[in-house]
Write a protein that binds this ligand. Structure first.
Ligand code: PEP
Ligand code: MG
Length: 559
């Protein structure tokens, strides 16, 4: 058994289809005139652009808009005039078109790979994809789709975006990649297509050979190679249990989320882009409890304009209306870098210049976002949420800036509808002061991802200590209970939008302490609703007496 990173839930049992990185033999010499070589190059780029247009169209029809944008980005890279000029200079030295193209694109790949920035490293993968595409054209290699056996599990270094789209959906039951993480293209596409996937397996992937029988468990991140019969039987059972439980959940689609005691709970979805709204609607989510707006600021060269942001917020609000949409003001910093802001490298980015701290210093940036949000309020039920709040002063300051934007817009004659203002409770200082902060806002949403790391002093990104990063810490259980109580005493709603809100074993505790809203990744919504609708409140006295993480975990999992 080998392990990787779980990228997309579910179990696949099938036959390995190993895609080896092809070595394309490039010959430097050419007998052609410079002008003929340049014409050959221009023709190859034109064919490449056409192929990318076709792929974009196909992806748009079969996968989605944001995935299709990958090919638009490839096209822009391929048509880049600076790169084109460098290729021309190489060709003028009397070399073949393939050689000129390879030497220029390799230079860019090496440069992108060496940057200390995940986004640029991802772009290096895009360039590799483009390189293979164009070299195949220049070297006359047939690029037709590979033939797969039924029940194929693709095993590859990294499934490039174009390979992903060219997959035969009927036959591909899962995939395994050597590199990549939870946010790589392949992982995102796997989740969108609902194909189990394990990524980032590392060098051990070499132990998988063409035609091996494989079991991959995308929920656990494990792969079995030529497993014994009893393991196959066990996973066949697990697979059918998984499928049966998925189809049982269908009964909860379009149902109200209401406990057996009659309390209505908002079971909402988290999104990071306009396109993600569809997944929340498909799962019949009761609203959006977290729109991570900072993703509008990423993967681009400069800040999004007020108009761009307005369009995004308006679309999300309109699509969800009359269901509520919580849009969090941008949370850049920590693990989410933004090169064009020119922020300095910090020793402790999670304790540094991040989220509301940036907004309160760079008020122009903040105002642009707030104006876009307020203008969008006319199109649905908007809740504005400030992240990383650690003190009352920050709320007051943020609300003053919001009021100034509000007044400006009114004097410009812009229509603004009713909206709510809330904060994330993700810093222990805010959790402890919740009774005071509750007087200033309409709602709280507990951000467990950060609240756990700050409460237990465990960096959420550090693999070495990931075993210490635990939602089962008794301190965390006590802290979130006190936040809910403080909010309720002051009459405001308390929700949760961190990952814990979607942990099935945790949901009964969250309901017992009185949470009003749970917001999670859209694929967990039906499961969460099934738990809510079968829940009746119980005392939490026993669990709060437990002293260790293990005791808490065992108790939550036993119930
Ligand atoms: C959280 O901290 O729980 C949260 C939802 O925010 P993020 O994961 O974006 O920091
Ligand atoms: Mg957070």
């Amino acid at each position: 058994m080998i392990k990787g990173i779980k990228a997309s839930d579910g179990i696949a049992i099938g036959i390995a289809y190993v895609i080896k990185e092809e070595k394309i033999e490039v010959i430097k010499e050419t007998s052609l005139e410079v002008s003929a070589v340049q014409a050959e190059m221009d023709g190859a780029i034109e064919s490449g652009v056409k192929a990318l247009d076709d792929l974009k169209k196909k992806t748009l029809e079969t996968v989605g808009e944001s995935e299709a944008e990958v090919f638009e980005a490839h096209k822009q890279l391929l048509m880049d005039p600076v790169m084109g000029g460098e290729i021309k200079t190489e060709i003028e030295k009397g070399v073949s078109s393939a050689y000129a193209f390879e030497s220029v694109i390799d230079k860019y790949i090496t440069m992108f790979q060496s940057l200390d920035n995940d986004y640029m490293r991802e772009r290096a993968l895009d360039l590799k994809d483009i390189k293979v595409r164009v070299l195949k054209i220049l070297c006359g290699i047939d690029d037709s789709q590979a033939v797969l056996t039924d029940d194929a599990i693709i095993v590859t270094f990294d499934l490039t975006p174009s390979e992903t789209v060219n997959l035969d959906r009927e036959k591909t039951k899962g995939f395994v990649t050597e590199i990549g993480g939870e946010t790589s293209h392949s992982a995102i596409i796997a989740r969108t297509l609902n194909i189990p996937a394990v990524v980032g397996v590392g060098k051990e992937i070499a132990s998988i050979n063409q035609g091996d029988q494989l079991i991959i468990d995308g929920s656990e991140g494990v792969i079995y190679i030529n497993p014994a019969v009893d393991i196959v039987d066990e996973y066949k059972r697990k697979k059918s249990d998984f499928e049966a439980s998925q189809s049982l959940l269908e009964a909860y689609r379009d149902k109200a989320s209401i406990t057996l005691d009659g309390k209505e709970i908002e079971v909402a979805g988290n999104i990071a882009s306009v396109e993600d709204v569809q997944a929340v609607l498909d799962a019949s989510g009761d609203g959006i409890g977290l729109f991570r707006s900072e993703f509008l600021y990423m993967n681009r060269p400069s800040l999004p304009t007020e108009e761009e942001q307005f369009d995004a917020y308006k679309t999300v609000l309109e699509k969800m209306n009359p269901k509520p949409v919580t849009i969090r003001t941008m949370d850049i910093g920590g693990d989410k870098e933004l090169d064009y802001l020119g922020l300095e490298k910090e020793m402790n980015p999670f304790l540094g210049y991040r989220a509301i701290r940036i907004c309160l210093k760079d008020t122009e940036l903040f105002k642009t976002q707030l104006r876009a949000l307020l203008r969008a309020s006319a199109y649905g039920r908007l809740r504005i949420m400030f992240p990383m709040i650690a003190s009352l002063e920050e709320i007051i300051e943020a609300k003053e800036i919001l009021k100034a934007c509000h007044d400006d817009l009114i004097s410009e004659g812009v229509e603004i509808h009713e909206y709510q203002v809330g904060i994330m409770i993700e810093v222990p200082a805010a959790a402890i002061m919740a009774d005071v902060l509750a007087e200033e806002v309409d709602f709280f949403s507990i951000g467990t991802n950060d609240l756990i790391q700050y409460t237990t002093a465990v960096d959420r990104m550090n693999n070495t200590i990931s075993d210490l990063y635990s939602p089962y810490h008794p301190a965390f259980l006590r802290l979130i209970k006190s936040v809910v109580e403080a909010g309720h005493v002051k009459g405001i709603e308390v929700g949760m939008c961190g990952n814990v809100a979607g942990y099935p074993e945790f949901i009964p505790y969250l309901l017992n302490i009185g949470l009003d809203e749970l917001s999670m990744s859209p694929n967990m919504i039906l499961k969460a609703r099934s738990i809510v609708n079968n829940h009746s409140n119980e005392s939490v006295d026993d669990i709060l007496k437990l002293k260790t993480k293990k005791q808490v975990e065992n108790k939550l999992k036993a119930e």
